[in-house]
Design a protein around this ligand. Structure first.
Ligand code: CMX
Length: 462
């Protein structure tokens, strides 16, 4: 560890705080300095809010919400993003088109750099180009994998799903946890966030190397290209995956940005937060979140969508009419399966993450057969799904589109797609874990009852 990094590990004395505040006002302040300078004010804001409204009601909880997967119960604090049912996600108050416009880009590029989004999620501020470049370099410097993690991946059976391999590798990084070591040495709880920050940056930095190793081992020759200090996070990632197309790197920048965060209640975000609330290290917390992301109703839907589309094409042929798509949709529903890529627990309109990917497709591959097929399904599916009253949202979500864009550039192995989602999701869940530790968030522990107890509460005899 460099002296520079070590210097952040001492208790935050007044003199040091003054240094952070000075650094914060500088255009070249580091992410850690900017965040550190914000902490006292954020703590104060929460203290005041709780003092004035600690006993104010947030509304009623009804029994159906408890049995219905806790839909709509306001029970979590999540600073990075808020999801509106009709409008979709806002990252620190900004829509997807707004972040695409405001976040720094790579030289000659037009898509946002995900490093910038990470900065925005943690601090609420748009970084300068210089700050993002410094963060890219810092991630590059932290990206090397420990040998035992490489070994684990190299010895994983190829038929083990890429998400299971990813989870194993992230759990194995626990050996590197600064947080776990500091906790063992009895660090003061006021300093938890600093070690969480270090682990978070290390984990984000190493994830592309893990993901690329899995991809190259399972689907190719096991050789992972070296990274380059002059490249940004996404460019190094696509290089490691073995791609040379700059347009694909642009897609990766957009992909990692828009898949990062989707407020706190989704399975991967909530799980990371929940496990983290027990003071498990960022590695163990994020690995747990990834296990949730691997489920077909959540992140694995991107794999399912591609399989569903390819199966339709193999059954019907490449020239598909709207009537044939409608029948295929009904067949899926009537066989008791879900239509992957459609529906959402919160959204009630087309997901703006779907729209952002569609716009990318219109710009770069308007005549690509699979892109056109996704557009055609969009014309038919909402009507079919909408005919079923119980489906609350007949519109497409983020996963309906991502796979065909990857197919176009030659990343055709759909069982790998959720790993890309996971690399992005780390950029969304880790800022909140750092914030949780800086704000002293408590261990999460909601109340549960048995059905017999609920019945007793309402005077029902079972
Ligand atoms: N196809 C078929 N049935 C669907 C459906 C779909 N796309 N979306 C919802 N339904 C069904 C539900 O399965 C549920 O049926 P039961 O009452 O028989 O259990 C009913 O409609 C009501 O569900 P809902 O309230 O509209 O949706 P939920 O909040 O329960 O579920 C989600 C949300 C995403 C799991 C669901 O829409 C779904 O399974 N979609 C397909 C999988 C998918 O695309 N997941 C990715 C979501 C985005 C992400 O996290 O990455």
């Amino acid at each position: 560890m460099s002296m520079n990094r070590m210097s952040h590990f001492r208790p935050m004395a007044a003199r040091q705080m003054a240094k952070f505040v000075r650094a914060y006002s500088s255009k070249e302040a580091s992410l850690k300095d900017v965040f550190a300078a914000q902490i006292p004010e954020k703590q104060e804001q929460i203290k005041r809010l709780r003092k004035e409204h600690g006993n104010s009601s947030l509304g009623e909880v009804v029994l159906d919400q408890v049995y219905g997967g806790m839909r709509g119960i306001p029970a979590l604090v999540w600073e990075g993003s808020v999801l509106d049912a009709d409008e979709g996600i806002r990252f620190r108050g900004l829509t997807i088109p707004e972040i695409c416009e405001k976040l720094p880009k790579a030289p000659g590029g037009s898509e946002p750099l995900p490093e910038g989004l990470f900065w925005l999620l943690l601090t609420g501020e748009i970084p300068t180009e210089g700050q993002v470049r410094a963060l890219s370099s810092e991630l590059y410097a932290r990206s090397k994998l420990p040998e035992h993690v490489e070994d684990l991946l190299n010895h994983s059976p190829k038929h083990l799903h890429p998400m299971a391999q990813l989870s194993i590798a992230v759990n194995a990084l626990e050996s590197e946890s600064e947080f776990a070591k500091a906790y063992e040495q009895g660090v003061n709880k006021k300093e938890y966030w600093q070690y969480t920050f270090e682990d978070s940056l290390d984990l984000i930095a190493k994830l592309p190397s893990i993901a690329a190793r899995i991809y190259r081992n399972v689907f190719h020759d096991g050789v992972v290209a070296s990274t380059d200090s002059s490249l940004d996070y996404s460019a190094n990632f696509t290089k490691q995956l073995g791609f040379k197309n700059e347009e694909f790197t642009e897609l990766m920048r957009l992909y990692l940005t828009i898949h990062s965060d989707h407020e706190g209640g989704n399975v991967s975000a909530h799980t990371t937060h929940l496990v983290g609330s027990a003071l498990s290290s960022p590695y163990l917390s994020v690995a747990a979140g990834f296990n949730g992301l691997a489920g077909p109703l959540h992140g694995r839907a991107n794999q399912e969508v591609l399989e569903w589309i390819l199966k339709m094409r193999s059954e019907i042929g490449s020239e598909v009419t709207n009537e044939q798509i409608e029948k295929y949709l009904w067949d899926t529903l009537n066989s008791g399966r879900v239509v992957p890529g459609y529906g959402h627990a919160v959204l009630r309109k087309t997901d703006p993450r779907y729209t952002a990917q569609r716009e990318f497709g219109l710009k770069h591959m308007p005549d690509y057969e699979l892109f056109k097929l996704v557009s055609q399904i969009y014309q038919v599916a909402p009507k079919v799904l909408g005919a079923n009253q119980k489906i609350k949202n007949p519109w497409p979500n983020v996963d309906a589109h991502s796979g065909v864009l990857l197919q176009y550039y030659g990343l055709k192995e759909q069982s790998y797609y959720t790993v890309l989602f996971a690399v992005a999701r780390a950029l969304g869940v880790l800022p909140q874990l750092i914030i949780d530790r800086a704000m002293g968030a408590p261990i999460e522990r909601p109340k549960s009852f048995s059905t017999a107890k609920f019945a007793e509460k309402f005077g029902v005899k079972l």
